[in-house]
Design a protein around this ligand. Structure first.
Ligand code: FAD
Length: 149
């Protein structure tokens, strides 16, 4: 196992205010930052947004994951950041994505909301492995279909 490859999974509460759908510009900005910054330090992952909460998987060399996460933790666009898992892993779960996105900020797409309804999905109540599995399934199914890219 490449010793330095680590996965960090957290959930947080959305603090972006405004009307329904009003979070989209902020989400775009977050994704733009992630997609610009993460490749420079070898971090890949996925971000989920369901209106109320974020869930994110960050994968890469341990020091890089910690550095990116330190920055994210200080961001006032979310709060109550709760780490569900940090562990060494053999391989990346999202190798092709500097930051994959699933969520309902996308215009006309409510992919995550739909899954949430069916599964009673509440990110903060899930453990890291379960959240990772759900995110991976969603990304594989939906990454091509969401409007925020
Ligand atoms: P820039 O990307 O150049 O900033 C772009 C714009 O965002 C600027 O207009 C700036 O004013 C605004 N901005 C920057 N920081 C903040 C802030 N704290 N609050 C409000 N506006 C701000 N960053 C990553 O690099 N990788 C990630 O994977 C990642 N995931 C995130 C997930 C979540 C849920 C959230 C809320 C943020 C995430 N971010 C991520 C963003 C991160 O918190 C920093 O804002 C970002 O890394 C700063 O990058 P930068 O210095 O290149 O600023």
């Amino acid at each position: 196992m490449p010793e330095s490859l680590h996965r960090l999974i957290y959930t947080s509460r959305n603090m972006i205010g405004g009307a329904a759908g009003g979070a989209e510009p902020e989400i775009r900005q977050i994704l733009a930052s992630a997609r610009r910054n993460n490749p420079r330090v070898g971090v890949t992952g996925a971000l989920m947004f369901n209106g109320g909460c974020f869930a994110q998987v960050l994968e890469g060399p341990r020091a890089a994951v910690e550095q990116v996460f330190e920055r994210i933790q200080r961001d006032h666009r979310h709060s109550e950041v709760s780490v569900l898992q940090i562990a060494g892993v053999e391989r990346r779960g999202f190798p092709g994505w500097s930051m994959a996105f699933v969520g309902r900020a996308a215009e006309g797409a409510d992919t995550f909301g739909h899954v949430a309804e069916e599964s009673g999905f509440e990110p903060a109540l899930l453990d890291g492995d379960r959240l990772f599995g759900i995110l991976r399934d969603l990304v594989l199914e939906e990454e091509g279909a969401t409007g925020v890219r």
